[in-house]
Design a protein. Structure first.
Length: 112
């Protein structure tokens, strides 16, 4: 390698042993010279641990409910004219899903 810190050289080094026939590609991300593991919990999408738990698409606004295995939940409210807002909680998804229209929603960055 001509320059071990060059991204292209690092990518080439990581691809050794991962031939084109295998269809595998590894990519490393570096921040100020420190390798970042994008798969660590604090770097993941905050919604990735939730699974779909309910959907109400009968009329605008539309509601989508999601649950985690620990009982925490969030509901996404999609209004076709004003956009998407969210609400979340730690327990009692069923009650909150039933009363979803009356909950207080907020912007993604305020809720998560």
């Amino acid at each position: 390698m001509s320059n071990p810190t060059a991204v292209s050289d690092l990518e080439r080094a990581e691809h050794l042993g991962y031939g084109e026939s295998k269809g595998v590609k590894r990519v490393s991300v570096f921040n100020d010279g420190v390798q970042v593991n994008a798969a660590t919990e604090d770097k993941q999408n905050p919604l990735s641990a939730y699974q779909s738990a309910g959907m109400d698409i009968t009329a605008n606004p539309y509601y989508f409910g999601y649950l985690k295995t620990d009982g925490s939940w969030y509901i996404k409210k999609l209004d076709t004219t004003s956009g998407t807002i969210y609400v979340k909680g730690d327990s009692d998804y069923a009650t909150n899903w039933t009363g979803r229209a009356e909950l207080t929603y907020g912007e993604f960055n305020d809720i998560f």
